[in-house]
Design a protein around this ligand. Structure first.
Ligand SMILES: Cc1nc2ccc(C(=O)NCC(C)C)cc2n2c(-c3cc(OC(C)(C)C)ccc3Cl)nnc12
Ligand SMILES: [Mg+2]
Ligand SMILES: [Zn+2]
Length: 344
């Protein structure tokens, strides 16, 4: 639960305009974690307000304050999948809504905007820093609950979101008419499930078809596809920032992967190369990840929304940096290239 004074303090904070947090708060290149950590909840409130969601859906400020503080409490502290990731992902969704004018251009409606921002904030709730396959291999409680439907972690993240909404004084959707409430929850569920890599890969062909044929907002399937693409674009947004920030984010992802690999070894299982600190060559793995997963996402975003092309360009620039690092490391053929030191 969240203490009364914490809520009152956040609620009383005049979150005002987003410019209070940074003059470049709405710029693609702004790195949200540059803002001091204790101001992140207030920045989240300011994003909801700035998008007109508080007014449009009659959200009580104290309810929104309690909700955001409960979500922050709902994250654990693994190296990467913690509240700073959730806050960054929500910030990128805010950037897309704002800079691509997704509601103004009628690509999305207000309810989808509310669903997207909320889904981003909640999309990794209670993450343990391990993958779906690790849940099954380690026979975790979550696997026993959800493995039959797949997307084990993502189903758990959604379940945690519903728990928070059902906590007294935290339901930011309470003023929605029943039909909108159900629709919003349904969209939040679909958006969170979309951040399962295997689901994302399974819709890539449809996304490419939509990008080449053009987005048709009148088609429900196109709207669902856009929800999914916006979620993965937000989830990967660390890779669209300046080199040093995106490299640092990758370092944290590998810290999680390697500790999972260590646990897999202790369990007597062989970890994949990407999870094995003895075998992983990070620059090559990052080039593969950018080529196979991240760059296609921002390329699709760039073809659907020309204003997003600079995001794709920055991600390509980061890939070139990884290529340079790969060349230097393999030329030096340094022994330590196998470990995380390659970042320092
Ligand atoms: C810097 C960076 N490197 C990554 C390298 C590999 C992989 C990965 O999962 N490889 C597959 C293997 C494990 C079977 C993910 C990486 N990754 C993510 C990420 C994205 C996710 O979901 C979407 C958005 C759907 C892709 C879901 C989870 C994560 Cl950790 N975020 N940052 C990164
Ligand atoms: Mg996730
Ligand atoms: Zn995530």
């Amino acid at each position: 639960q969240v203490s009364r004074e914490e809520t009152d303090q956040l609620c009383a904070e005049n979150t005002g305009s987003v410019a209070r947090y940074s003059s470049s708060f709405t710029a693609w290149e702004y790195f949200p974690r540059d803002l001091e950590e204790r101001r992140w909840p207030a920045a989240v409130l300011a994003m909801y307000e700035d998008l007109g969601l508080v007014h449009r859906f009659g959200i009580e400020r104290s309810t929104l304050a309690r909700f955001v503080l409960m979500v922050r409490k709902g994250y654990r502290d693994p190296p990467y999948h913690n509240f700073s990731h959730a806050y960054s992902v929500a910030h990128f969704a805010y950037l897309m809504l704002k800079n691509l004018q997704l509601v103004e251009s009628r690509c999305l409606d207000d309810l989808e905007s509310l669903s997207l921002l909320t889904a981003c904030l909640c999309h990794d709730l209670d993450h343990r820093g391990t993958t779906n396959s690790f849940q099954v291999a380690s026979r975790s409680v979550l696997a026993s609950l959800y493995s039959s439907e797949g997307s084990v972690m993502e189903q758990h993240h959604f379940a945690q979101s519903v728990c928070i909404l059902n906590t007294d004084g935290c339901n930011i959707l309470s003023e929605l008419p029943p039909k909108d409430y159900t629709q919003c929850l349904d969209m939040v569920r679909g958006m969170i499930l979309a951040t399962d890599l295997s689901r994302h890969l399974s819709i890539m062909t449809e996304l490419e078809a939509m990008a080449s044929g053009g987005y048709r907002s009148c088609e429900p399937r196109h709207r669902r596809l856009l929800h999914s693409l916006l979620m993965t674009a937000a989830d990967l947004s660390d890779q669209t920032k300046r080199w040093l920030s995106s490299k640092k984010a990758a370092k944290l992802v590998y810290r999680e992967f390697f500790s999972q690999g260590d646990m897999e070894k202790q369990m007597g299982n062989d970890p994949s190369e990407m999870m094995d600190r003895e075998r992983a060559f990070i620059p090559k793995l990052q080039i593969q990840f950018l080529d196979d997963i991240a760059l296609p996402v921002y390329s699709l975003m760039g073809s659907l929304f020309p204003a997003c092309e600079e995001v794709y360009a920055q991600t390509k620039a980061n890939r070139r940096c990884w290529q340079r690092m790969a060349d230097i490391c393999s030329r030096r053929n340094a022994t330590n290239v196998q470990s995380i030191d390659v970042f320092d």
